[in-house]
Design a protein. Structure first.
Length: 202
């Protein structure tokens, strides 16, 4: 069984506390040692662990890859050339309109979203970041950046990430993606678009 990072953290913390407790008993009374250890554990649980689990606004983006857009098939997915391979990438976290019947409201939303995508992406150089390197039959899920980001601050994401721009413009709903560090941020962007009554929220 593979231990997850949080399990390593907890096991390591327990180990350190046990060693620390046995050490300070040499210099303090048992009651004083208990107070010190309880205080340390409380600090770890309520301050240390939440800080370590908090989203990092400046995650390392050194693994980001440059790519070229070959064709915009829809707002939710484009054909790209990356690392000498032709792949199709789905813009994870952004649920774009499906094409409905001719003249239907869903078709209008689909075409509006696709035109938005064409304007931003067609023939452009982009950058790709992913939560995992999983590839399935020439398709990947990832985040499309219109410019290479300096960090993952809200300002950078709003201005440079295509997935976020789709949601902010009302051309997509935020969709939950397992393990994505942008889930809450995308949900906030959806609420923002709703309040402006733009795109699919009109």
């Amino acid at each position: 069984m593979i231990m997850k990072p949080m399990m390593y953290l907890v096991v390591g913390a327990v180990f350190v506390v046990a060693i620390f407790y046995s050490y300070i008993q040499r210099f303090c009374s048992k009651n004083a040692a208990n107070v010190i250890v309880v205080g340390g554990v409380t600090l770890l649980l309520f301050v240390g662990i939440p800080l370590m689990m908090a989203p990092n606004q400046y995650t390392d983006l050194s693994d980001i890859k440059e790519a070229e857009v070959l064709n915009v098939t829809s707002a939710g997915g484009v054909d790209i050339r990356i690392s000498r391979k032709n792949l199709w990438i789905r813009s994870i976290g952004a649920d774009t309109p499906r094409r409905g019947g001719v003249g239907s409201e869903s078709e209008k939303q689909f075409l509006e979203a696709r035109n938005f995508a064409i304007e931003l992406l067609q023939g452009k150089k982009i950058w790709i970041s992913m939560d995992t390197d999983f590839e399935d039959k020439g398709a990947i899920n990832g985040y499309i950046w219109l410019e290479k980001p300096d960090n993952e601050s809200d300002e950078e994401i709003r201005s440079k990430m295509y997935n976020a721009r789709l949601i902010l413009s009302g051309n997509a709903k935020a969709s939950f993606s397992e393990g994505s560090r942008y889930n809450q941020l995308f949900k906030n962007y959806e609420e923002e678009a709703k309040s402006k009554k733009i795109g699919i929220w009109r």
